[in-house]
Ligand binder design. Structure first.
Ligand SMILES: [Zn+2]
Ligand SMILES: [Zn+2]
Length: 102
């Protein structure tokens, strides 16, 4: 197998898909990448950054808080830091989750 030259769809730069990478992609039935390594890296970082923040209201005190997950996807109650700590003090859990950003 020879190296393939692909053109990045973002920055139009050409980049190589080496032999080994092609084999790997073929094994996993994945298409050839359409972004150069630099753009892929940038996209990954951006995605991580945009995994951003949502506004939500504390289920207990109605205070507006910022959480790092989509409140619509959460089935448990959303609590501000204070009520969250209070909740765990009262319930004495065995497993503690990381504190939400507040
Ligand atoms: Zn690129
Ligand atoms: Zn609260």
């Amino acid at each position: 197998m020879a190296n393939i030259t692909q053109t990045c769809t973002v920055c139009s730069k050409q980049f190589l898909v080496i032999d080994k990478e092609q084999q790997f992609l073929q094994e996993k039935s994945l298409p050839l990448p359409t972004n150069c390594p630099t753009c892929r890296q940038t996209r990954r970082l951006k995605l991580r950054g945009e995994r951003a923040l949502y506004r939500a209201k504390c289920s207990k005190c109605d205070k507006e808080i910022i959480v790092s997950y989509d409140p619509k996807t959460v089935t448990n109650q959303i609590l501000c830091k204070h009520d969250y700590e209070q909740y765990f003090l009262e319930n004495d859990p065995i497993i503690t989750d990381p504190l939400p950003d507040a």
